[in-house]
Design a protein around this ligand. Structure first.
Ligand code: DSN
Length: 422
């Protein structure tokens, strides 16, 4: 791996080039288990780094505020058509810069400051932008929050319904960032209908699983689908809003000119490529393999005495509650990092610790599946996690270094997409 793959960057700014090269090595050699991360293909990488970067394109295909859009219009129209086809929706906006701006556009389209909005609480597995207090969405709107049941770790749909009928939120969000179980979009739809709410499915984590048929689709159940493009969908960092035709104008107006200026055309191109890749049979196999790996890994972790929120997983994500272990989430995450296993520390539902030093770690299988690891590798992965958590408790740095060497060995046998020299 070397910076010589980017000769112009190396010549102009060797210091920066060395940082990128070091990141390539890190991504190649480590076992990346953060469930919201992935590897993009070489084709997506190429599409994301083009002269499309040089163009301003405020507006939408066929109605821009700048001339010279002959090619940009085709790129964006292609991305839109592919999104509509893949997710079976009437309308797609591919311009949101990322997930939080996409969700803000939803607020702008359907609510006024001070209105009541409802989503899952962040520490229960929701997202900041679903009305959580420290987010603009929780200070400019009146956020009411639902959670999961303490004994099962599952959403109690009757409790969600009771809260929605009591609060009548303008917008109801379903989806989140630490939900290991299947979301019942039909149940949310019936609640939103009764409560008179606009229903938004934030499927950022599971968009790739939906595209590959490994998670039920919200299309047909919800008013708006919000998603990032860089998680299980394996595209560049960006986002999309998809909706029924009746909401198309409101969504487009909210994204531009409501919130954003010129779209990032180079990202739109990368999204178009990722959507094309996600429509292939190989992606269907990938999405199912992500879930099979997560289920196998969860079973192996349970065998090793780990406590998993909700007892396991239906998707790509596993939330480990380390309350019964000798180390809390942050200590474990940092030890795992030293062992070459990259995770993030995370609150667990009803956590008694603070978000910056919580009880859990959050892991997932999108990245390792992109490298071709299968269910047969999951006992090894669970074993490394277990050994690293034990080593963290004992302060055994030699054990962590030994795991790191084993991880590097396995990773070198499974090159990552987009990292040709891994
Ligand atoms: N930061 C994302 C995640 O890691 O899940 C959510 O926005």
């Amino acid at each position: 791996m070397s910076a010589s793959r980017r000769p112009a960057l190396l010549a102009t700014d060797p210091e920066l080039a060395s940082f990128v090269a070091a990141e390539e090595v890190l991504q190649a050699q480590t076992l990346r288990l953060i469930p919201s991360e992935n590897y993009v293909s070489a084709a997506v990488l190429e599409a994301s780094g083009t002269v499309l970067q040089n163009k301003y394109s405020e507006g939408y295909p066929g109605r821009r505020y700048y001339e010279g859009q002959q090619n940009i219009d085709r790129v964006e129209a292609l991305a839109i058509e592919r999104a509509k086809g893949l997710f079976g929706v009437d309308h797609a906006n591919v311009q949101p810069y990322s997930g939080s701006p996409a969700n803000l556009a939803v607020y702008l389209a359907f609510a006024k400051p001070g209105d009541t909005v409802m989503g899952m609480a962040l520490p229960m597995g929701g997202h900041l932008t679903h009305g959580w207090g420290v987010s603009a969405t929780g200070s400019w709107f009146r956020g009411v929050q639902y959670g999961v049941q303490q004994d099962t770790g599952l959403i109690d749909y009757d409790a969600v319904r009771d809260l929605a009928l009591a609060e009548r939120p303008k917008i109801l969000f379903c989806g989140g960032t630490a939900l290991p179980r299947t979301i019942d979009f039909a149940a949310f739809a019936s609640i939103a209908e009764e409560a008179g709410s606009v229903l938004v499915a934030d499927v950022a984590h599971i968009a790739g699983l939906i595209a590959g048929g490994a998670h039920p689709s919200p299309a047909g159940h919800v008013d708006v689908i919000s998603t990032t493009t860089h998680k299980t969908l394996r595209g560049p960092r960006g986002a999309m809003l998809m909706c029924r035709e009746e909401h198309a104008k409101a969504i487009d107006k909210a994204v531009f000119p409501g919130l954003q200026g010129g779209p990032h055309n180079q990202t739109t191109a990368g999204i178009a490529v990722a959507l094309h890749e996600a429509a292939q049979p190989s992606f269907t196999a990938y999405a199912h393999a992500v879930v099979a790996n997560a289920k196998a890994l969860a079973a192996q972790l349970l065998e090793r005495g780990f406590d998993l929120v909700s007892g396991g997983t239906d998707n790509h994500l596993i939330l480990i509650d380390l309350t019964g272990k000798a180390v809390p989430g942050k200590t474990a995450a940092k030890a795992l990092d030293r062992a070459g296993i990259v995770v993030n520390y995370n609150t667990v539902p009803f956590d008694t610790r603070k978000p910056f030093d919580p009880s859990g770690i959050r892991i997932g299988t999108p990245s390792l599946t992109s490298r071709g690891l299968g269910v047969d590798h999951m006992p090894q992965v669970a074993d490394w996690i277990s050994r690293a958590v034990d080593a963290a408790a004992k302060g055994d740095e030699r054990a962590l270094a030994a795991i790191r060497a084993e991880v590097t060995d396995l990773m070198s046998a499974h090159p990552a997409p987009g990292l040709p020299l891994s």
